[in-house]
Design a binder for this molecule. Structure first.
Ligand code: F6R
Length: 365
């Protein structure tokens, strides 16, 4: 039931603090990931891993792209991320010590399942599924799984499944990190951050009205550009996908550093440009990129850390988020982008929960 919310999508966006808590529950203590959550077979497999191959589609693929940064930063491990429909038809070369990971809300996506079946024939050390449906084919056919506890997701546009996937994948990154030099104190610091996550997501949701006010400026647009750097690039991709899916506005995401290699030519005073700007070491670089957009008359919308030194100026419009531990920023900065696409779709009068031409679960190729 949608209850007080007009649409399942909005209800599911607002469920995120709770389902994130559910996804963490029983999986972390005060200082550690409780590795048993990955099942009895997992230890012997994790012990052999020094490389990770992730395969998924759509929004779940974006969760994979973010995980690559976590694996590099936390577990000091290389990671390859592929789209399932591409991976399944390639001649895949498997490095020794590689863990194969699929990510899927439904666990029934045809391409992801076909990729897993292909991977069964390849010399991976194990096959892990990050999935929201315990009884799904993907979970049944994988060596082990970690379930996201998002509850049933009804809106076609994936929201709470995505953020809970990220939580599960961060736990996986910590478990692998432990085996590769992540010390107890550092793990404990990440766990402290994770314990705060539901409250921080609540604070991001509190920006809903500010985002709704901005959405008015998108309703008559045909194009939009999303920018982010580092792990915020996949967040920007996810924001662009959400806007395309439910508001039918053509949206592209770019790593902000790529602007001058082509897309800057698109920028004029009719082009809305949305940037995600947490207070991280790439902030200075991002600000430089945004100045390039302003100089071309682009209409800038910045979702920024309130301590990131952005002030309300004529040059851009701002949504402020509280300071966020760096590791959690991709999860938290996704929330305003979900809300933005929702409000724009409402203004455009589209069928938010059932966008045209799309199915919730893509069980055919
Ligand atoms: C976008 C969306 C799709 C799915 C994709 C994979 O909002 O929902 O892009 O993420 O079809 O689906 P799952 O995760 O069920 O494998």
């Amino acid at each position: 039931e949608k209850g007080e919310f007009g649409h399942f999508m909005l209800k599911e966006i607002y469920e995120q603090p709770r389902v994130i808590k559910n996804t963490l529950s029983g999986r972390i203590s005060d200082r550690h990931v409780l590795e048993e959550a990955f099942g009895v077979k997992s230890k012997a497999i994790f012990d052999q891993v020094d490389n990770v191959q992730i395969v998924a589609c759509g929004t779940s693929f974006h969760a994979g792209l973010i995980t690559k940064y976590w694996l590099e930063n936390i577990a000091k491990m290389p990671c390859q991320v592929d789209i399932a429909s591409d991976y399944r038809y390639r001649n895949i070369i498997v490095r020794p010590g590689t863990l194969f990971v699929t990510i899927s809300q439904s666990g029934e996506t045809a391409d992801t399942l076909a990729a897993l079946r292909y991977a069964q024939e390849l010399p991976y050390v194990g096959r892990l599924a990050i999935c929201n449906v315990a009884t799904s084919s993907l979970v049944r056919e994988s060596d082990f799984s970690l379930l996201t506890m998002a509850g049933r997701e009804i809106g076609v546009a994936s929201t709470k499944a995505f953020t809970t996937q990220l939580v599960a994948l961060l736990l996986m990154s910590l478990v692998l990190g432990r085996r590769n030099g992540l010390d107890e104190e550092s793990e404990a610091a990440y766990i402290r951050d994770l314990h705060q996550l539901p409250d921080i997501v609540d604070k991001a949701l509190a920006q809903d009205q500010a985002i709704q006010r901005l959405s008015i400026q998108f309703a008559d647009k045909h194009h939009a550009l999303f920018l982010g750097r580092g792990p915020q690039y996949p967040v920007a991709k996810e924001g662009a996908l959400k806007l395309k899916e439910i508001s039918y506005i053509h949206a592209e995401a770019y790593p902000a550093g790529e602007l001058k290699h082509g897309p800057l030519a698109l920028v004029d005073d009719k082009m809305p440009v949305i940037a995600v700007a947490p207070n991280d070491e790439l902030l200075g670089k991002l600000k430089g990129n945004l100045a390039e957009v302003s100089a071309r008359g682009g209409k800038l919308f910045v979702i920024a850390d309130e301590s990131a030194g952005f002030d309300d100026e004529v040059d851009y419009q701002l949504v402020r988020l509280p300071p966020v531990p760096e590791v959690l920023a991709p999860i938290v900065y996704t929330i305003p982008l979900q809300l933005l696409s929702y409000h724009v779709a409402i203004l455009k009068g589209t069928d938010v929960d059932h966008p045209r031409n799309l199915a919730k679960s893509v069980t055919v190729e």
